[in-house]
Design a protein around this ligand. Sequence first.
Ligand code: SAH
Length: 376
Amino acid sequence: MSHEPIKTLPLVFDEPRGRKKPPRHLADLDEAGRKDLLTEMGLPGFRAKQLSTHYFGRLVHDPAEMTDLPGAQRAELVNALLPDLMNPIRQQEADRGKTVKTLWKLFDGSLVESVLMRYKDRATICISSQAGCGMACPFCATGAGGLQRNMSTAEIVHQVVVGARAMANGDVAGGPGRLSNVVFMGMGEPLANYKATVNAVRRLTDPAPAGLGLSARHVTVSTVGLVPRIKQLADEGIPVTLALSLHAPDDELRNELVPINTKWSVEETVAAAYEYFEKTGRRVSIEYAMMRDINDQAWRADRLAEVLSDNGRGRAWVHVNPIPLNDIPGSQFTRSREEDMDEFVRRLNAAGVVTTMRDTRGSDIDAACGQLAAAE
Ligand code: SAH
């Protein structure tokens, strides 16, 4: 073995039993569901559209700002469809205010984070899909804490609505703008919380007032590679971008870095990602966190290029996104040397696999991947 033994954690798929469910919110339901719910409660169904227009159309989420609600029904309507989902307990800025990280406390005290990143031509929010994570990747700070629970559809969506409002109001440096992109790259494994994730994607992409009206192409779901779920996602008919956290081209190393690999091998995982491309026409992104002397050798770059293009897959279906590892205090992993990262990228591009290094926005506020909420 070329490196020290890697400490392992157990894989956890199901959330602990007996957890109280998050409050139901209009973002959990589709338009018909919202209307039916109000009708069942003896409230006028048309109020569902009014509330939805506030929430998804005008990005107003505080009932106090919804001045057109009738006094007599106000409390009931708010209670039915607009309960308090989460509260910001800390906010940090970096990149001169263009990166904003929010730490959220959920109704049961669980903590999750989201990060808004404004660029020249777009604004992206990185959101969480679970409190904690059960996938046990040893280089990820979220993995170390295990899984607390799945987030609800509304809890997932609400992070985006609040971010979209901050952009629209000009609260993010650079003046008023539009939130354009969403990446499921915060805490949690989105495909382990499949139903809520897919529902959330529908809410994000449905036109207002049913949803936020974002383009599915601008939504990226990132996964460790739950193969049956990747196949299922390909059949949902929503062309979101799939990002696969590969991190190693060989089973021996990937079994350690991404323990789910012991269940589905590199070849099975890459084949499922390729099938996703074939069905949706969406180019798949391969995530590869660059870890010094662990997965950054030149031969692994060559092997990665082969694994991706093997079996007649070619190279046009994929691009590789290496990320300099974000160093986590106390971790046995460190970021690769610059020259090794350059060589890794060079070899993949030379082999015809489009490869671009990911930037590391927000790393000075621990907003970068794998570090969210770990400090609390
Ligand atoms: N569970 C999903 C999404 C969560 S994290 C997944 O694994 O894809 C988003 C990305 O950040 C993943 O590729 C993950 O492997 C990566 N990541 C985790 N810890 C990291 C770290 N310390 N440095 C860089 N990337 C990291």
